[in-house]
Design a binder for this molecule. Sequence first.
Ligand SMILES: [Zn+2]
Length: 99
Amino acid sequence: MEIPRSIRTYCPKCRVHTVHRVKKVIQKHSPDPARTLSWGQRKFIRRTKGYTSQLAAKKDHVKQSQRNVLLLECSQCKKKQQRTVGGRTRKKIELKRGA
Ligand SMILES: [Zn+2]
């Protein structure tokens, strides 16, 4: 999957479509230790508790796909925003050469 190096898209700061420069973002997959007792995490523990839980069986499931995240930088205000391209996929994205 090839992606052009510049995309014309909406900028939340300028509130209009502008040309954005595209960069790839390398995602880190380490779990955040600060989120161990967050509301969502406690809810997850509550749900997966008990032998009837179906979710508990999936505990060791490892995601095989990853999200391709792009960093878009507005050419006018230089504000950066992240965008996921293509959802969860195993396909690799590449930036187009030249142009
Ligand atoms: Zn902008």
